[in-house]
Design a protein around this ligand. Structure first.
Ligand SMILES: NC(=O)c1ccc[n+]([C@@H]2O[C@H](COP(=O)([O-])OP(=O)(O)OC[C@H]3O[C@@H](n4cnc5c(N)ncnc54)[C@H](O)[C@@H]3O)[C@@H](O)[C@H]2O)c1
Length: 371
């Protein structure tokens, strides 16, 4: 029997609506609901592994094996997602900061979707935009479920690639449209971000002179920075009722982890990292370098935080009594990305591509050689 699948390049993905944040937020919302019901699997026996990573040694080892570099890795992120999706898939990407010197994005991503029953490929998709959009939709969905009533003012920390979709996602779900303050170590980047995203969203965006200025008074704070300069958020800067959405690393006081509500995209995934690397804190930090939970996990490992009380966003969607109790509650939302997000948004874009007749059909075979 012949086996064909759809290949969708970036222009096809755009025509199929990959940049439609309203639909993407809906898709990721449905994904969190489905995860809250338990109808999902990610890799490893824990069923919750973020992904299988190839990272390179610090010093030359053999042959032409590459050595470690900033943000240099390969990663496979397989997932099954049930509910209305009922599909399997895998995001596979390579990342290297040096790519930018060659005119390439830092990371280059593809997603493959597969039939749950036969394993046959359904679609191979160009996934740089898919991945950025699903990453931005997550803080959008977190804002929907965690924000205080009347939330309006937004603080954006880091004016890079990922903060753009993060702002688009938050703008879809925040209760009221208020001012957006943007802080970047590089003030020119903050200014460019304000111009571009102000035009795109119609919101009032203003550069902030300091991290403190961007955080103080904000109802929703979104952090997505790269590199080694830390984002140290002081407790006294946080407005009562604020939510801090950490898509990249942010540091909080030890006290903050105890007195504020900490919510994860999926605690079981973060716990998986901890279980794997509990005895190797250095590696835990290096493996999780760009992830907001790395330092928190070290505190759990040191016995400073009780892991029994950790809550995931899907738990709150399934049981709202686990969510916000008052308009004064402060939430820290830590998200590191999951294959289920790529599968959810990839599936919806694929469905739209089928509806519009987009993409190229490729054959694996007309008849399998060894059947
Ligand atoms: N959770 C997820 O699913 C997910 C997915 C993709 C990327 N990420 C993370 O998002 C983060 C941002 O990625 P990106 O591609 O936007 O990076 P980027 O390099 O395009 O932008 C980051 C920006 O942060 C600024 N910056 C660095 N340190 C800062 C600091 N201390 N204070 C203020 N600004 C600072 C830089 O000047 C830069 O403009 C990375 O940590 C990445 O790992 C998370």
């Amino acid at each position: 029997m012949s086996l064909k699948f759809l290949y969708l390049d970036e222009p096809d993905m755009i025509k199929a609506g990959v940049l439609d944040m309203k639909k993407c937020v809906r898709s990721i919302d449905d994904m969190f609901c489905t995860m809250g019901s338990g109808d999902y699997l990610m890799g490893s026996p824990s069923e919750n592994h973020h992904g299988m990573m190839l990272w390179f040694p610090e010093s030359p080892r053999a042959g032409r094996m590459p050595v470690a570099g900033p943000d240099r890795r390969f990663m496979a992120m397989p997932a099954y997602l049930g509910g209305r999706f009922y599909v399997c898939g895998n995001k596979w990407y390579g990342s290297n900061v040096k790519n930018t010197e060659k005119g390439l994005p830092r990371s280059i991503l593809t997603v493959m979707l597969n039939d749950v029953d036969t394993g046959a490929p359904l679609a191979l998709m160009s996934a740089n935009l898919l991945s950025s959009m699903r990453t931005g939709a997550v803080p959008g969905v977190a804002t929907k479920y965690l924000q205080a009533s009347g939330a309006s003012e937004i603080g954006i920390i880091g004016a890079g690639v990922i903060s753009r979709p993060c702002l688009l996602g938050i703008a879809e779900t925040i209760a009221a449209k208020g001012r957006v303050k943007v802080y970047d170590l590089n003030p020119q980047k903050a200014e460019a971000f304000c111009r571009e995203m102000g035009e795109r969203t119609g919101l009032e965006l203003v550069p902030a002179a300091s991290l403190e200025e961007a955080v103080r008074g904000s109802d929703v704070v979104s952090v997505a920075v790269s590199g080694i300069a830390p984002v140290n958020i002081q407790d006294e800067w946080l407005k009562p009722g604020a939510i801090v959405l950490a898509t990249g690393t942010a540091n909080f006081s030890d006290e903050a982890y105890r007195k504020y509500r900490v919510v994860f995209d999926n605690w079981k995934m973060h716990k998986d990292w901890l279980d794997e690397l509990r005895d190797d804190p250095e590696r835990l930090l290096s493996v999780n370098a760009g992830h907001p939970s790395a330092k928190f996990l070290l505190k759990v490992a040191a016995g400073g935080v009780d892991p029994a009380n950790m809550v995931s966003l899907g738990d709150i969607i399934a049981d709202p009594s686990m969510g916000r109790q008052s308009d004064k509650d402060i939430f820290l939302f830590l998200t590191a990305g999951m294959g289920t997000e790529d599968v959810a948004w990839g599936y919806d874009v694929y469905q739209e591509a089928l509806r519009l007749g987009l993409g190229k059909e490729l054959a694996l075979w007309e008849k399998p050689y060894w059947a």
